[in-house]
Design a protein around this ligand. Structure first.
Ligand code: EAX
Length: 329
């Protein structure tokens, strides 16, 4: 065989054209494109989970739906993404619950520090009736909340000193999400906290506009914060789920079979993503240490005690019943 023939066959195999029926190929050409925006890196837990989701959707719809994953805040920061899905200018997004309270207050319950201790228990709440009610609360904004992925337990990093007690945070400039509970938590802990969209964070840390930030291990690693942060404190002060959303009108425009396939794929990808995080967490800590980070494990009980005023401040707004439901889980 001459080279051009080999290359041509190679291309055919790579594109999957061989062995596919004409009907399937025609369907793929006409496939409806669903862009799903997120703010993290391609190799992050969101990126990997959404790649799985896209593959599953393709398989389950015989290629009639094409999920196009767009990370790194390319379609906007999390607020823009939710607004876009609400208005119908973006089809889908995956965002941390930390950004959702300005659209639906109930989600603020997850921002209460240390309310979630055991991720296996919270999965049951999220995937059950309580979670369903919360997701449905987005309906009034034109959004269908599909499933809860995981963002994860948040940990503090900084460039100034190791954090072992709240006193070590005194005066540190810490970036928090645009979320009133996070802001209050870090204020109560004595830090100089200010909100900022995720997409601006790396540069802010690099230029020392911020001394530190807090995020799950996967984000710290895949957004390369270890290159601009020396210290990592495993505080696990907030467990944040992430919500996969689709515009109501986009969803209504799908066939019944496509809607079922999309939801099935979302649930499968959700389970895959959660497991992927758990399976890789120890490896990530080891990699961060190898990259030069100094890791501390503060006494969480001391931090918990220090943030009690945050509960008193937000209890009425969030609702005691919801707080108890999430805490008991
Ligand atoms: O949804 O902004 C943040 O710190 C979040 O953890 C991130 O956007 C993931």
């Amino acid at each position: 065989m001459k080279y051009p023939t080999i290359i041509m066959l190679g291309c055919l195999f790579a594109s999957g054209a061989i062995g596919r029926s004409d009907a399937v190929l025609a369907a793929e050409r006409k496939a409806k494109v669903l862009r799903i925006g997120h703010t993290l890196a391609e190799d992050s837990h969101y990126g990997v989970g959404l790649k799985k989701f896209a593959d599953l959707v393709k398989a389950k719809t015989d290629g009639t739906l094409h999920v196009e994953v767009s990370g790194n805040s390319k379609l906007g920061n999390e607020r823009d993404l939710i607004e876009g899905v609400s208005l119908g200018t973006i089809e889908m997004c995956l965002v941390s619950t930390g950004t959702i309270p300005s659209f639906s207050k109930e989600f603020m319950v997850f921002d209460l520090p240390f309310i979630v201790q055991d991720r296996k228990k919270i999965y049951r709440t999220l995937d059950g009736e309580t979670g369903r009610e919360m997701l449905d609360s987005l309906g009034g904004k034109g959004i269908k909340g599909m499933v809860f992925f995981e963002n994860g337990f948040r940990n503090i990093t900084d460039s100034r000193r190791p954090i072992n007690t709240p006193a070590d945070l005194a005066g540190l400039k810490i970036r928090v999400m645009e979320n009133p509970v996070h802001l209050e938590t870090f204020r109560v802990l004595g830090a100089n906290a200010s909100p900022m969209p995720f997409g601006e964070l790396f540069t802010a840390l690099q230029q020392k506009i911020m001394d530190g930030q807090e995020n799950p291990l996967f984000i710290i690693k895949t957004s390369r914060f270890h290159e601009v942060q020396k210290y990592l404190a495993l505080t696990e002060h907030v467990y944040s789920p992430a919500v996969m959303m689709i515009g109501n009108r986009v969803y209504a425009g799908l066939t019944g079979a496509q809607r079922k396939a999309l939801m099935d794929a979302a649930r499968e990808a959700r389970d895959f993503e959660r497991k992927f995080i758990i399976d890789n967490e120890n490896r990530i800590i080891a990699e961060l240490k190898r990259a030069g980070m100094v890791v501390t494990s503060p006494d969480k009980a001391v931090f918990r005690k220090a943030v009690e005023p945050v509960y008193r401040k937000f209890e009425a707004e969030i609702g005691k019943a919801l707080i108890d439901k999430v805490r008991d889980s």
